[in-house]
Design a protein around this ligand. Structure first.
Ligand code: CA
Ligand code: CA
Ligand code: CA
Ligand code: CA
Length: 326
């Protein structure tokens, strides 16, 4: 009896084990099939993905922030940018060799143009602008490498450079002003901010011979690896009436108004607006400048209204243009 019972129990156990083994095999098989399908899908996605880093450009003169223009030349969409990698390799301004992975949103951002399909997703035939910021600036006159890796593991790379290219800032407008000492100490006492732009509105210095006024915060941005070839200042100005040997002087400061260049003067008198150009593409106003001396914390421009006879001096615009070259 006990022998028969143990036989039945043995058979039951065997059947149970067999069922469990088959179930386990089924699970393993399904997992393998599923994994294989996923793997195949990833291979196919990867084969369908292609990008092309078409160009890079520095967006600031400090060689710190760059843009990479990257075309989606494949057939897949990138939606999750946290799965993308932006890798950079370069020599920084402290002469350190850097190889780092930049962090999405902290160190790099992406935008698509045109972004006509699926807003904020990077579709085939859309070009992405990737803006990336280095932890420390790229060394002057060197180039670094940026590598773009898609979530599918597809890679393209390009160089980015910190090299001065000859050019000029174009006429830039002041965004700040203040009366200086001299004359009646009020400078252009009426609407001084009207000299920020070329238009019908103008600043007025009333009966103020010898009055001085500062214009600054020009937002001039010149790489330190550039040499300064020339500085041009434009004065659009006139008088209320002729007579009295009137003129307008301009001086420039590179250290926030502590030191000044020798003045350049326009002595053309007119009672309607005329344009005077002081300095020019190859006139450095008597000194050697560095790029950083044009930034807003350093560069200042000072105007002096000269004359006798109590004339009013009117000023429409006083922009600055800086010429630079390697
Ligand atoms: Ca899109
Ligand atoms: Ca005045
Ligand atoms: Ca004008
Ligand atoms: Ca104006």
């Amino acid at each position: 009896m006990s022998g028969a019972l143990s036989g039945i129990i043995g058979m039951s156990m065997l059947m149970l084990v067999t069922v469990l083994v088959f179930q386990l095999m089924d699970i393993v098989w399904n997992t393998q099939v599923h994994g294989h399908q996923e793997f195949t899908q990833r291979i196919q996605e990867r084969q369908a993905t292609a990008i092309d880093v078409e160009s890079t450009a520095d967006t600031t003169t400090d060689c710190l922030t760059y843009t990479a223009t990257v075309a989606n030349t494949g057939d897949t969409v990138v939606t999750d940018f946290t799965e993308m990698d932006i890798l950079v390799q370069y020599t920084d301004s402290g002469d350190n060799q850097v190889a780092s992975r930049l962090v999405y949103t902290s160190n790099w951002t992406i935008s698509m143009s045109p972004d006509s399909r699926d807003p904020n997703a990077w579709n085939p035939d859309e070009t992405a602008t990737i803006t990336f910021t280095l932890l420390l600036a790229l060394k002057d006159n060197t180039r670094g490498t940026v590598v773009v890796v898609t979530p599918q593991g597809v890679v393209d790379s390009s160089y980015f450079i910190c090299v001065c290219e000859a050019g000029n800032t174009g006429y830039t407008d002041a965004l700040a002003q203040a009366a200086d000492t001299g004359g009646n100490n009020y400078g252009f006492e009426v609407n001084p901010t009207n000299a920020f732009s070329d238009d019908a509105a103008f600043a007025e210095n009333i009966n103020g011979n010898g009055d001085r006024h500062r214009y600054y915060n020009y937002g001039l941005s010149v790489k330190n690896s550039c040499g300064i070839d020339g500085i041009e200042v434009r004065l659009d100005w006139w008088l209320d009436a002729l007579g009295g040997s009137n003129s307008m002087d301009v001086e420039l400061s590179w250290d926030a108004g502590t030191s000044w260049t020798a003045a350049k003067s326009d002595a053309e008198e007119s009672n309607t607006e005329h344009t005077a150009i002081l300095g020019g593409p190859s006139d450095t106003w008597g000194r050697t400048w560095s790029g950083s001396e044009f930034n807003d914390s350093n560069f200042r421009l000072r105007i002096t209204s000269n004359g006798v006879g109590g004339r009013n001096h009117f000023l429409d615009w006083v922009p600055v243009k800086v010429y630079y070259a390697p």
